[in-house]
Design a binder for this molecule. Structure first.
Ligand code: SF4
Length: 167
């Protein structure tokens, strides 16, 4: 039987940039020709954007955000996704990255923090973030994200309020 799903784990990370571009284009051609689906795992965000229809962002082994590629790159919702995208080097000397997008080191994945695993590094963390694990919830632009800020009535001060039922 012909393969339909191929997992590519950091498939181009060790390649020279000019070779990388050739391999990525070859992969896209093969995908179209044989009707393939790729699970493409990468830390290179430009490569992720070029290759992906849908993107899943993970932090310490848990899903932070899922969305179609264009939406997620244009409207990142989870604070970790935002930090990741702001770490992409700018080609414009007038828009240099002056501050690190994240502070602190990643926690030990063998003994992850309780609640939201990102709370030790998140600029929006509040008390509930270290107490309760946020569930994946649908948000404004069609992604789903794991963050109390996007759960109506969660108790996070930046979360939307619950809609009142009509009397
Ligand atoms: S749940 Fe809290 S700590 Fe986690 S990403 Fe959202 S605001 Fe930050």
């Amino acid at each position: 039987m012909q393969s339909r799903l191929i997992i590519l784990d950091e498939a181009v990370s060790a390649l020279d940039k000019s070779v990388e571009a050739q391999v990525l284009n070859l992969l896209l051609d093969l995908k179209d020709e044989f009707g393939l689906t790729y699970i493409f795992i990468s830390h290179d965000l430009n490569v992720v954007r070029y290759m992906s229809d849908r993107v899943m962002v993970m932090y310490l082994g848990q899903v932070a955000e899922i969305g179609d590629s264009e939406t997620l790159f244009d409207h990142p919702a989870h604070p970790y996704t935002r930090a990741l995208l702001s770490s992409i080097p700018s080609m414009d000397p007038d828009h240099r990255t002056e501050e690190p997008p994240l502070a602190g080191d990643p926690p030990n994945p063998i003994n992850p923090p309780p609640g939201c695993r990102f709370h030790t590094r998140c600029a929006h963390a509040q008390a509930l973030c270290s107490e309760r694990v946020p569930s994946l919830s649908p948000i404004a632009h069609g992604q789903i994200a794991s963050c109390w800020m996007h759960v109506a009535g969660s108790g996070h001060t930046e979360a939307p309020g619950l809609l009142k039922e009509a009397a």
